[in-house]
Design a protein around this ligand. Structure first.
Ligand code: KIV
Ligand code: ZN
Length: 466
């Protein structure tokens, strides 16, 4: 690791409340924005872009209220390069604005219908106006990465002369590569001598990599959003960027990593935008293990299959019983539930878990507990009517149920699906009675000790392991 990197602190400019809110389908009330701003304050971001106040009254109210919260973070808002937007920002009470205009030929010709010089004149006039009103100015060149680099350096020089403090390279349609990003950052920093920032979109899944490349090349700030929300495929994900930045690159940030998971949950709940299970750092599966080989490793030394301690980001690891699970994992899961079985009993539970797995179902903690408990009695059936969700060919969610029956030395697991809990349970019962018939003959008495227990849906909250 490069020692100069270790001492570098990267400023986190959070745009969850602006670009994040521009995610198709997300729209936040001022109250919700305030709630998220509180969390961003707790996270320790350096800058909060609270919104784009000129677009609506609610947006203006939200920005005002966030300014009034008196957070440690600098509160900025977005403004186009014109006086109306800047005056609205001033009315909101911000001390700093984020202004932008497109610089690429594509945007100049087809959207702005301006020449380069007209665009530059408009931009420098607006920056000078904002500066004359006492505002600090961060400037973003929209579509920077499709702007000819020599011209972009010229833009950076001119906005610096006009009084902008930061030049933000916006990879507006996510077409940059890490190599390109490095070149753009170096050329702007060397050619214009201005503080450089990066604003990356994730159209090719490269937003985090491009932001890291920008920082490696000398950018001192990165625009991010919680859960990576934002226009189209989103922006650089705050949690992924911060963790990679600090753990892999050795840069520092002011982010309180232990609050990352809470922030992710809050933003997901408040925006109604789900976090994919396999999302790095904050996805449900980020610290979940099923494979026997992995679980064995984790139980003996967590670093074998985890890049860092989940507690760092406010999380816990958990184990999933399923067909990939091994004896070690299942035994450990049971031990954590306070269940201690003999070696044969564990073998029997593992067999059942694998059998259920082969039929396409994972086993929840409650279901595992049910199976383990059925080991000790002669006749018991554990039923999990809402034990899982399956998607059928039409992608319709179905409920699954399974029944585990132990009759003397015979064991049987019956799995069935249905459109709801009751249908799934009824089908499982039917299947089980067929098995009983074939094994013990019609109407065969199972004895007085036979018992059926209903195990409630327990796919929520798998067993956490330390
Ligand atoms: O993606 C983009 O170009 C933007 C600008 C407003 C900076 O969000
Ligand atoms: Zn953007």
């Amino acid at each position: 690791m490069n020692s100069s990197r270790e001492t570098r602190r990267v400023a986190i400019f959070d745009t969850t409340l602006r670009d994040g809110e521009q995610t198709p389908g997300i729209t936040l009330t001022p109250d919700r924005k305030v709630k998220i701003a509180e969390m961003l304050g707790e996270l320790g971001v350096d800058t909060i872009e609270a919104g784009f106040p000129v677009i609506s009254r609610g947006e203006e109210e939200a920005v005002k209220r966030i300014v009034e919260m008196g957070l440690n973070a600098r509160v900025v808002c977005l403004a186009r390069t014109d006086e109306r937007d800047i005056d609205t920002a001033i009315r909101c009470g911000v001390k700093s604005i984020h202004t932008f205009i497109a610089t690429s030929e594509i945007h100049l010709r087809h959207k702005l219908r301006m020449t380069r010089e007209e665009m530059l004149e408009k931009t420098t006039r607006a920056i000078e106006y904002a500066r004359s009103r006492g505002l600090r100015v961060e400037f973003s060149a929209e579509d920077s990465t499709r702007t000819e680099i020599d011209f972009l350096v010229e833009v950076a020089r001119r906005v610096k002369e006009a009084g902008a403090s930061t030049f933000d390279i916006a990879d507006t349609v996510g077409t940059a590569t890490p190599e390109m990003m490095e070149e753009y950052v170096r050329r702007i920093a060397d050619g214009a001598g201005i503080m450089v920032s990066a604003h990356c979109h994730n159209d090719f899944g490269l937003a985090v990599a491009n932001s890291l490349a920008a920082v490696s090349a000398g950018a001192s700030q990165v625009h991010v959003t919680v859960n990576g929300i934002g226009e189209r495929t989103g922006n650089t994900s705050l949690e992924e960027f911060v963790m990679a930045c600090m753990n892999l690159y050795g840069f520092t940030t002011g982010i309180n990593r232990a609050a990352l998971y809470r922030a992710s949950n809050l933003v997901s709940e408040t925006t109604g935008f789900p976090v994919p299970c396999n999302k790095a750092i904050v996805g449900k599966n980020a610290f979940g293990h099923e494979s026997g080989i992995h679980t064995h490793g984790i139980l003996s030394e967590p670093s074998t299959y985890e890049p860092f301690d989940p507690a760092t980001v406010g999380r816990q690891r958990w184990l999933q019983a399923g067909k990939h699970a091994g004896r070690h994992g299942i035994e450990a899961q049971l031990r954590m539930m306070g269940i201690h079985l003999s070696s044969e009993e564990i073998d029997s539970v593992v067999r059942k878990v694998k059998e259920i797995g082969d039929r396409g179902h994972a086993v929840s903690d409650q279901e595992l507990k049910g199976m383990a408990m059925s080991q000790s009695d002669t006749y018991e059936m554990y039923m999990s009517p809402a034990g899982g969700h399956d998607n059928d060919a039409d992608n319709a969610v179905k409920k699954s149920a399974f029944l585990t029956a132990t009759v003397g030395s015979r064991e049987h697991v019956e799995v069935a699906s249905g459109s709801d809990d009751r249908q799934a349970a009824r089908r499982a019962l039917k299947g089980l009675s067929k098995w009983m018939e074939s094994e013990f003959g019609e109407g065969r008495d199972m004895g007085d000790g036979a018992e059926t227990r209903n195990v409630a849906d327990s796919h929520k909250g798998q067993q956490a392991v330390e």
